[in-house]
Design a protein around this ligand. Structure first.
Ligand code: LLP
Length: 433
């Protein structure tokens, strides 16, 4: 198990019987009790990571804030924990806004995102009195101005800027470049137009800028590069209204033992130092800095356990091992070619002697969880665990092939709590009239 330790939660250990244990709970016993596929989160690691983010940022400036990007994983139990840990909440749709409010999140701490907010969602955000709306198009600024005016409100906003920095990550999760559906580019003057439009709108109160350059980023140099461009832009725009700088999320995590991401502290130090240095150099007062991590808070804390439903040996080709989940609970391998590793909960230290393709149960050839998994011999009914599935796993789950979405449990100090129960067949037809 040692080699996989950086991919599993740090609480992962081996029980006297030789089973994988997380948060003091035997994973084999959890699968037996709650069924599979099962998503298990180490609750202490979730809380600890939130605290580390807050501390690391506030060591630089007590005004700094961590805005959790709820799209990465939005169970009510997690949103409540984020509130207890003094995080703010990034929501990217009316639905995410609803879930945050339902969890008791104070509206003033909510940051509303979205490149295509419609009138209903903007109205919902205004009625809830969210703290910040991040505007993403000139159409949106005009609509927000109108809808806020109708309510006699003046809404605080950030302008989302695309600085023209391209981080080294998958194209589908890279957002800071000029050619992007997100934000207003510095190049070509769109960002300047957006700032002017906000300043001219009677019911819009511009308080700062937002910039999210991308996701699953290992090379932190993209943040100082963005900060330099943003400081220059703030200086060029003049005025004293740009007092908030939201630097987005994006810190990557380890999915395999080859991945070596920077720590939360390295990310926080890099971002804070860069913003402070650039704003100081430009002679500007230091802004209140916000960051919006999603993946790096929940990713490593979550592991998914599947049960093997069957194996197939194609002579001269390869061995296939199929499990009881797949692209309906973990889309990332299919969408981004993301790589994962697997571990067997009942014998985590057994020697890996087989090379096999770990596949899901869906009617798609592309439903492959791991192209080339190195594992001990596997047979029907064996359990297989994929670590680092806590971010953008169940959050992107679907009902494809009528597969019900998995249960989610939080484990801590040897106790397991179901925080999301398994979906039922009845729920598959509940919306059909
Ligand atoms: N802020 C904004 C405005 C975002 O769009 C995102 C992610 C975040 C913060 C959080 O980024 P993070 O810290 O999680 O990297 N489904 C993809 C990731 C999509 C990210 C979308 N935006 C994946 O599974 O890799």
């Amino acid at each position: 198990m040692q080699p996989l330790s950086q991919v599993l939660p740090p609480s992962a250990t081996t029980t006297p019987e030789g089973h994988l244990s997380i948060g003091g709970c035997d994973v084999v016993a959890l699968a037996a009790e709650f069924g599979t596929p099962l998503v298990i989160y180490d609750a202490a690691l979730l809380r600890d990571t939130m605290r580390r983010y807050v501390q690391a940022l506030r060591a630089h400036d007590p005004r700094a804030e961590v805005v959790y990007a709820s799209k990465a994983f939005w169970a009510q139990a997690l949103l409540r924990m984020a509130h207890q840990e003094d995080l703010r909440m990034d929501v990217a749709s009316g639905g995410e806004l609803f879930m945050a409010l339902h969890a008791g999140f104070p509206a003033g701490k909510i940051v509303m995102h979205g490149n295509a907010k419609d009138a209903r969602e903007i109205g919902e955000a205004l009625d809830a009195m969210v703290g910040l709306i991040v505007v993403d198009s000139l159409d949106e600024i005009a609509l927000l101005d109108q809808l806020a005016g109708e309510r006699g409100r003046r809404q605080n906003v950030l302008v989302r800027v695309t600085p023209g920095v391209k981080p080294s990550t998958h194209a589908y999760i890279s957002t800071g470049q000029l050619d992007s559906k997100f934000g207003f580019s510095l190049e070509g003057g769109l960002a300047a137009q957006a700032v002017a439009a906000c300043r001219a709108a009677a019911n819009v109160n511009l308080v700062g800028l937002h910039c999210h350059i991308g996701s699953q980023i290992f090379e932190l140099g993209a943040y100082p590069a963005a900060a330099a461009l943003l400081a220059a832009f703030v200086k060029e725009q003049g005025g004293d209204d740009l007092t908030v700088m939201d630097m987005g999320g994006g810190l990557g995590i380890a999915y395999t033992r080859d991945d070596d991401p920077p720590s939360v502290e390295e990310f926080a130090d890099t971002v804070m130092d860069a913003v402070h240095a650039e704003w100081d150099a430009a002679g500007l007062p230091r802004p209140r800095v916000l960051v919006e991590p999603g993946r790096s808070i929940v990713g490593r804390a979550g592991v998914t356990v599947y049960r093997v439903t069957g194996t197939k040996d194609i002579p001269g080709v390869r061995r296939y091992v199929a499990v009881d989940g797949g692209m309906s609970d973990l889309m990332r391998p299919m969408l981004y070619g993301a790589t994962y590793e697997a571990i067997l909960p009942d014998r985590p230290e057994a020697e890996a002697t087989d090379t096999l393709r770990l596949v899901g149960k869906h009617c798609e050839s592309g439903d492959v969880l791991i192209q080339e998994a190195e594992l001990p011999p596997l047979a029907r009914d064996d359990l297989v665990c994929i670590p680092a599935t806590g971010a953008y796993g169940v959050a992107m789950a679907s009902n494809y092939n009528g597969v019900t979405r998995p249960a989610v449990v939080f484990v801590e100090d040897g106790r397991a709590t179901v925080v999301v129960r398994r979906e039922t067949y009845a729920e598959l037809v509940a919306r059909d009239l």
